[in-house]
Ligand binder design. Structure first.
Ligand SMILES: CC[C@@H](C(=O)O)C(=O)SCCNC(=O)CCNC(=O)[C@H](O)C(C)(C)COP(=O)(O)OP(=O)(O)OC[C@H]1O[C@@H](n2cnc3c(N)ncnc32)[C@H](O)[C@@H]1OP(=O)(O)O
Ligand SMILES: [Co+2]
Length: 137
């Protein structure tokens, strides 16, 4: 499998509004659209565009949010995951599994409307990796 385009860097935050204020003040950046809820992923999301990728701000949604523990350990928030595109999600999942990496659950529809899955940070050199089927697929 070839490493695809870096789609986004996921940044966990206790408050999307406060993070957007930071991006406005520090970079003069405006959000790409309004924040929206993704209940199936347990997060509220908002994107900020960069010239070659996106920052994905994620705030916990609901009590069992997958980013709750991360924010307990990092109350200010911080870099949470990186997301790479692949042409075909099921082939990518099978390849990670064949190489012994722990895929966290089944592919689910992500913030860009295509299926995504996560690979355990302990199998990826300490970095949580999101794999996303390319929107062009
Ligand atoms: C917006 C939707 C979607 C998109 O389309 O883009 C998203 O991006 S949703 C993003 C949020 N969703 C997820 O993160 C789903 C996948 N995550 C998980 O399944 C879990 O969070 C996890 C990665 C398995 C961690 O489990 P958790 O219960 O939260 O914490 P633990 O304490 O058990 O962690 C075990 C171990 O891993 C270290 N860790 C945890 N998170 C990260 C991280 N983001 N980056 C690097 N390392 C991480 C944690 O510190 C523990 O290590 P030790 O302390 O050494 O045991
Ligand atoms: Co993401």
């Amino acid at each position: 499998m070839k490493l695809g385009r870096l789609n986004h860097v996921g940044v966990a935050t206790p408050s999307i509004e406060k993070s957007l204020e930071l991006y406005r003040t520090m970079f003069g950046s405006e959000p790409h659209g309004e924040p929206f809820d993704l209940p199936a992923q347990g997060v509220r999301v908002c994107f900020v565009d960069t010239p070659n990728s996106q920052i994905e701000l994620i705030e916990p949604l609901g009590e069992s949010s997958p980013i709750a523990k991360f924010l307990e350990k990092n109350p200010l928030g911080g870099q949470h995951h990186v997301c790479f595109e692949v042409p075909e999600i099921h082939a990518a999942k099978a390849e990670f599994e064949a190489k012994g990496a722990r895929v966290l659950g089944e592919p689910r529809i992500g913030a860009h409307g295509t299926p995504v899955f996560f690979v355990h940070p302990k199998d990826m050199g300490g970095m949580l990796v999101e794999i996303m089927e390319s929107p062009a697929h």
